[in-house]
Every structure is written in structure tokens, then in C-alpha cells.
Ligand binder design. Structure first.
Ligand code: AQP
Length: 333
């Protein structure tokens, strides 16, 4: 059976983009693949994190997976730092990754900001750790949002570099799965910017745990333009906010963009926004409520993470032993 690996950083403010671009797709894939879903806490510390906040956020992301319908009896759910193989393989792969490949990564440029010399080595080598996450399990498929496409391509290049260096087809080249109509959910305040956990404005995103009033308020306040909604795809040209809201509607309603355009052709934003808010609340409301319930009594989530770590280690450890053997690490008997 083909294997999926994917993950989310426990950096707070899980939002609609994380749900539509990642978690919801996982739920649909979980019975067709051997699925490993990680909470990537080592990735989270590539930017400063408050330790208590990081622990709380790790549980919250696990709760989001479970509340959204990822079945922990069927899938492996764990946090990255509980499997040492991620860091160990990242070192091996880092030794094979030319700096020139990393210099092309746009996410580093965005996150490092203007003072690149002050950015941490971890932020720079983030894509190598991501390659290790995937390759440690020899995953064949990686469902992600559009923003992770470049990192996935690098993971494929790194897998190829390892295979060439050791003259074996050891790692499969992982295939990205960028699924659905909301592969890149944009900010509610600026349709040209990705909806993001770290946006300082809470009005830029719908959080998975927002209550119904907050969701409705954020959608009412979402930036739009003065025109009515278009009656064709061509009418969305240069209207990023209209495009984003229609795509969110289509994704939440599980219809395609054309059907959403047909439903609201010529309508005013006010009426459309009301329908969108009702739909968002009906989809996210039960998930947010279940997340809060799971986080309030965390023993259940912790037990799932502990079991997941054991299962993940059982897959990872033999692979790491094979890799060390190929690389030439002596294991004294
Ligand atoms: N806006 C988005 N639209 C669609 N998919 C998205 N993803 C993130 N934002 C969107 C997908 O969610 C998964 C986990 O992302 P992550 O938390 O590990 O990484 P991120 O891209 O750094 O998330 P954020 O929310 O944008 O955080 P910050 O603010 O820290 O940059 C991935 O599959 C990603 O594609």
C-alpha cells in the first residue's frame, strides 16, 4: 500500500487554510493509504516559541486532526520530536544538499525578512528536515497546500541525490497531492496574501476554534470590492478577494468554482457573505467544539500521541538502520 506523510506546525491559530488545504483532504485519503500524520514541533522552533504554548499547541493540532475525522485507530498520529530519526536523517540529508538548492526557497526569504544574516540555521535548513520527515517513512505521497509545493520538489531532489550517492533506488520520489478547490486560501484582509497563522490580524483568518459569532463577524468584515459577484470565471480577473471568498464557499460546500459562481451570479456581497458564514459555521462549528472538548481533558490525546510515536518509531528505526549502514556508520557489536 502506498504511504502518506504530512504534518502541521504547532504554532497556534490553526485556521481554515490548514483545514481545507490539508486536514480535510487527509480525512478523505486515510482509507486508501497507510497514513502518517505528524505534528511537526521541531519545525515550529525554527522561529521562537513559548515552551508552554508549544506544548498546548501540539495537543491542539492533534485534537484538530482527530476532531476533523482522522481516525487514530487507522492512522499514525504523533509529534515529530518523539521520533529521533527525523533529526538523525535530516543530518545525513543535509550533508548531501547543496546550499544553492536551499538558496532558492521562497519561504525562507519570506520568513527571514530583511535581516537574513540574523535568521537561524534551522529556518534555513527547514526544507531538509521536511525531506527527512517524508523520506524516513519512505512515503510515496504528500498531501499539502499549494504553498508547500517548492519544498516538496526539493524533497524529491534530495531523495534523488541520496539514491545517486549510494547507487540504489532506496527512497521513492514522493508525489505531492495538492487537492480540492482551496489549495491556497487567502487572507480575509488581503486577497493577495496567504491566510496564515502568524498574520498579526486575527481578522485575516478564520480559526478552527472560532465561535459562530466570530466567524460571522470576520466574514462580514472580509475585504471585498464594490462590484456584485461575477457571472463567469472571467469576471474574477483582478478581483482576488471575490475569488478567494467564492473558492472558500466552493470548498466548504464541496462544489466546484463554476457551480459557486453560478449560484451567486450578480448577487451583492452582503447576502453571499451571510450564506458563506452559515456554511462555515456548519462545517467548522462541530470540529471546533470537539477540539475544545479534547483539549480540556488531554489524557485521551496524549495516549493517542504516545501510541502514534511507538508506531512511527517502529517504521522509522529499521529504515534509519539501513540508511546508516549504506552511509557507513559503524555499529560496534
Ligand atoms: N492558506 C492556506 N491555504 C491552504 N493550505 C494551507 N496550509 C497552510 N496555510 C494554507 C497548509 O497547511 C499545512 C500545514 O501548514 P503549516 O502550519 O505547517 O505551515 P505554514 O504554511 O507555515 O502555515 P501557516 O498557517 O502559513 O503558518 P505561518 O504563519 O507560520 O506561515 C500545509 O499542508 C500547508 O500547505
Amino acid at each position: 500500500m502506498n504511504r502518506i506523510f504530512s504534518g502541521i506546525q504547532p504554532t497556534g491559530n490553526l485556521h481554515l487554510g490548514n483545514y481545507l488545504g490539508a486536514i480535510r483532504n487527509w480525512v478523505g485519503l486515510q482509507h486508501d493509504y497507510d497514513c502518517i500524520f505528524c505534528i511537526v514541533d521541531l519545525h515550529a522552533i525554527t522561529l521562537p516559541q513559548d515552551p508552554a504554548g508549544l506544548r498546548a499547541s501540539t495537543r491542539e493540532v492533534a485534537a484538530a486532526y482527530i476532531a476533523a475525522g482522522v481516525d487514530p485507530d487507522h492512522c499514525t498520529i504523533f509529534n515529530q520530536s518523539t521520533v529521533a530519526g527525523h533529526s538523525q536523517l535530516a543530518w545525513v540529508l543535509g550533508c548531501l544538499t547543496p546550499l544553492g538548492w536551499l538558496n532558492r526557497m521562497t519561504q525562507f526569504k519570506e520568513k527571514a525578512g530583511k535581516q537574513k544574516d540574523m535568521a537561524g540555521l534551522g529556518l534555513y535548513s527547514y526544507p531538509v528536515l521536511m525531506a527527512a520527515d517524508i523520506l524516513l517513512y519512505k512515503a510515496t505521497h504528500v498531501p499539502v497546500g499549494e504553498d508547500q509545493k517548492q519544498h516538496l520538489e526539493l524533497a524529491r531532489d534530495i531523495a534523488g541525490a541520496f539514491n545517486r550517492a549510494y547507487g540504489v533506488e532506496y527512497f521513492p520520489l514522493p508525489e505531492p497531492q495538492i487537492l480540492g478547490t482551496a489549495t491556497r486560501v487567502m487572507s480575509l484582509r488581503d486577497g493577495t496574501k496567504k491566510m496564515s497563522k502568524s498574520d498579526p490580524s486575527d481578522y485575516s483568518r478564520i480559526n478552527m476554534t472560532d465561535d459562530a459569532e466570530t466567524v460571522a463577524l470576520k466574514i462580514r468584515r472580509a475585504k471585498t470590492d464594490p462590484l456584485p459577484l461575477p457571472d463567469s470565471v472571467e469576471g474574477l480577473a483582478d478581483r482576488p478577494e471575490a475569488e478567494n471568498l467564492l473558492d472558500i464557499y466552493a470548498a466548504l460546500a464541496s462544489i466546484d468554482r463554476d457551480a459557486a459562481i453560478a449560484e451567486f451570479a450578480g448577487a451583492q456581497f452582503s447576502g453571499f457573505k451571510e450564506k458563506l458564514a452559515d456554511l462555515a459555521v456548519s462545517v467548522l462549528g462541530p470540529i471546533g467544539a470537539e477540539m475544545k472538548r479534547l483539549v480540556a481533558a488531554p489524557d485521551h490525546v496524549d495516549a493517542i500521541l504516545a501510541r502514534g510515536a511507538e508506531r512511527a518509531n517502529a517504521v522509522a528505526a529499521p529504515h534509519l538502520a539501513e540508511i546508516y549502514e549504506m552511509v557507513g556508520m559503524l555499529r560496534p557489536q
